[in-house]
Design a protein around this ligand. Sequence first.
Ligand code: PHE
Length: 451
Amino acid sequence: MPNNRAHWGSRLAFILAAAGSAIGLGNIWKFPYITGVNGGGAFVILYLFCIFAVGVPILISEMYIGQKAQCNNVQAFRKLASGNKWGPLAGWLGLGSAFMILSFYSVVGGWILDFEFRAITHLLTGDFTDFEDGAALNSLLGNPWRQLAWHAVFMSLVTWIVYRGVKEGLEKWNKILMPTLMGLLVLLFIRVMFLEGFSEAFSFLFSPDFSKLTGDGALEAVGHSFFTLSLGMGAIMVYGSYLDENENLVKTSLAVAFLDTLIALLAGLVIFSIVFTYDLDASAGPGLIFATLPTLFNKMTGGSLLSIAFFFMITFAAITSAVSILEVVIAYWSEHKKVSREKASLIIGFIMFAVGVLHVFSTNLWSDIFNILGKTNFFDLFDLLTSSYMLPIGGVMIALFYGWVLGPQSVDNTIKDDNPVLKLGLLWACRLIAPLLVVIILYSKVKELFA
Ligand code: PHE
């Protein structure tokens, strides 16, 4: 292990950082709205199954590869299996996914900052009208310059944290932002428990009606389990590479998967309790937290403070995920090309900002000219390509590398105690179950594209 390589200060620091990566817009924005669109309970059960049957084994594989190799992702595959040609491909694919995901993630991060700013302004001015009927979202989408400004602020914050390094940047900020995020969520949860819609929200999420589950919903559940656990592009792998070699990965990854799931479910309960209290429809789609929820905050006692807490919570979730995406590229560039971390962060941060500009313009100024694969903006196109294809493919490559190339010996190293059932389960989840499920989704997705 190179002596100068940074390491997390403690196990908790790593868990908070990995959970920080996992818990993000995927949990608080995407999970509630796709659950709403897919009818609730049955979708949630399938999602939980995917998290534990596919997600956790790949989470363990990523952590293991990073921890063992103690270097950036592309080199990690080379180092662990010299001569294996497709291993580094997973590393390259991950770099591509990182560019694509962060460029749109940061634009949405900017929207959240804008909403936070508005929520604070409301408290000062007493004027809440822009939170009515999606007005804030519409005006933002129609105003590229405002979006660009917030996108620049978001990207600067993320770049700054990565610029500061593993200990002073990633570890320090995850340690501050993650507990604060959880505290805010608990406060919001306590508040919504007193709302009329709480019990309805509870049964919406937890009493399954399988007749509401469609094929598309099932595919979405598998795809989302990759996105929400940050799998398939090496974010967890690069964090694993800053981990001491004797860390118990099974417990750690279960803790991360548990926290990620808990936060998604709590966020779902908070959002749906509010939505059902006002008899609104759960299936509003992507506008759920940007259009539906703000209107409702205006109707609630203490809604103004709640909206501030809510948007702070998502801001923190988004920042701690975004830094892990940027770190994938920075670790590679600074280690492999021997560029300083500082210089790499500034340059890559700027390039990602520039790609994000395309997203901003494709929703307004250029909306007429854009149409690829049936998607009318860059944002949807990049989301489709990464969440539905690149992350699952990357995840399967990682699982296959762990299951077949590294093989039973690595499973023995991962699960240190003598538990043959667990070992076999992990080995075959990586060798067969996860790849099979992904092949099924990819097949149906591709079929749908050409239908
Ligand atoms: N897991 C993050 C979320 O739920 C998104 C993410 C995807 C982060 C891939 C890193 C890598 O929002």
